[in-house]
Design a protein around this ligand. Structure first.
Ligand code: PMP
Length: 393
């Protein structure tokens, strides 16, 4: 066995997929025109798969804040938060997120991935148990693996399956942390958070909610599904990312448990990596301010989401379970999904192609994500492009 033999399988899969679409592996956004348009393969293309829910990457105020931060603090921190990488901007952003979420403590991480990696690998250990929704993001799974906690999965959004596991596992007499997402990244559906909170309380468990796709998207003030469901006080740990509605790079974990602060000393993904660049921090901070001041962005996002969901539904596509800014369109056959994906690009629309095993139910998904920055005309153009590939679904 040579070192690289294990890559043969992946190489074969790539070659098989290349038969369907050569361009799939070569998508380059050659020129970014705005939050909703780019030049791809020389063609002006509507971006409908970028998780850019509120159009923040191109807001003048965010760009100015990032440029100012570079001028004042330099391009990078060249150090970990533990050493020389904690600037006043990192501390101020942590305070701003705590204020926004009404939590006592917040730690900012270099990415959302490392926020989950840190939280799951450090808050719980080999003697504890994590029960997670089967559709949870890879970073939640990886965090569990890094810390060596015992992991049990429950069927996606199936509260009775969660209760079955809680009933059995409570007998082990150890700590249990339930991990779920707010809005799920592939199907765009909400976790049944109220019922999950009831179970958490009944069984004396802890609850972690990853609001990566729901920050700025759900809740009267944009605080996520916990706000929308009215259960913020019952969520022990909130995870978030700057890479979606905030249009930057970074992540956070917030909590009212004062022990969260100890992650700064105990968590390897926090201690052993460089802190976020001042530009990323400043852009995220400005975007958070805008979310607080402009609830109309959220309304616009939902108008766009409802419009596209309604139009695709009317065309007869098989979609995710509920209208959402994340709209997965199912294709039962992979070659046809590729043909549709190519067809959309030829018609000037980019969406994400998601293939099994990354998809929840083993079908191929063309995953759309909407933005408040999309115009009504753009949403209609996306729908029209889907109409042209309908025969493939
Ligand atoms: N959690 C969820 C649910 C996500 O979807 C993602 C990113 N796709 C992350 C965490 C990681 O966030 P980041 O991109 O900031 O690393």
């Amino acid at each position: 066995m040579g070192l690289f033999d294990k890559f043969q399988k992946i190489q074969q899969s790539i070659e098989t997929l290349q038969q369907y679409s050569d361009s799939f592996f070569k998508v380059v956004l050659e020129e970014i025109l705005s939050s909703t348009e780019a030049i791809i393969d020389g063609r002006k293309t509507i971006l409908a798969g970028t998780n850019n829910y509120l159009g923040m990457p191109h807001r003048k105020e965010c760009i100015e804040a990032a440029c100012k931060a570079v001028r004042e603090h330099g391009t990078g921190t060249t150090g970990s938060r533990m050493a020389n990488g904690t600037y006043s901007v990192h501390v101020e952003l942590e305070q701003a997120i705590s204020r926004f979420l009404n939590k006592k403590h917040t730690i900012v991480f270099t990415t959302g991935y490392s926020a989950n990696l840190s939280a799951l690998s450090t808050l719980v250990g080999p003697k504890d148990i994590v029960i997670l929704d089967a559709d949870c993001h890879a970073s939640i799974y990886d965090g569990c693996r890094l810390g060596g906690v015992q992991v049990y999965r429950f069927r996606h959004n199936d509260v009775s399956d969660l209760e079955k596991r809680l009933k059995r596992l409570i007998k082990k007499g150890t700590n249990i942390l339930i991990a779920v997402e707010g809005l799920y990244s592939m199907l765009g559906d909400r976790a049944p958070l109220r019922q999950i909170v009831e179970l958490k309380k009944a069984y004396g468990a802890y609850l972690l909610v990853d609001e990566a796709h729901s920050l700025g998207v759900l809740g009267e003030h944009g605080r996520g599904l916990s706000e929308e469901a009215g259960v913020e006080e019952d969520v022990d740990f909130v995870i978030g990312t700057f890479s979606k509605s905030l249009g930057s790079v970074g992540g956070y974990c917030s909590s009212n448990h004062k022990e969260l602060e100890l992650l700064r000393f105990a968590s390897r993904p926090y201690v052993f990596t460089a802190s976020s660049s001042p530009a990323n921090i400043a852009a995220a901070r400005k975007a958070l301010e805008i979310i607080e001041k402009e609830p109309q962005l959220r309304s616009r996002l939902w108008d766009n989401a409802n419009l596209l969901y309604g139009q695709l539904k009317e065309m007869g596509f098989s979609l995710g379970p509920e209208p959402s800014p994340i709209i997965p369109v199912r294709f039962s056959e992979i070659p046809k999904a590729f043909a549709a994906w190519n067809g959309l690009l030829e018609n000037g629309v980019y969406v994400n192609m998601v293939l099994p095993p990354a998809t929840p139910d083993n079908t191929a998904l063309l995953r759309c994500s909407l933005s408040a920055a999309h115009s009504r005309e753009q949403v209609e153009a996306i729908a029209k492009a889907f109409q042209k590939v309908k025969h493939l679904a």
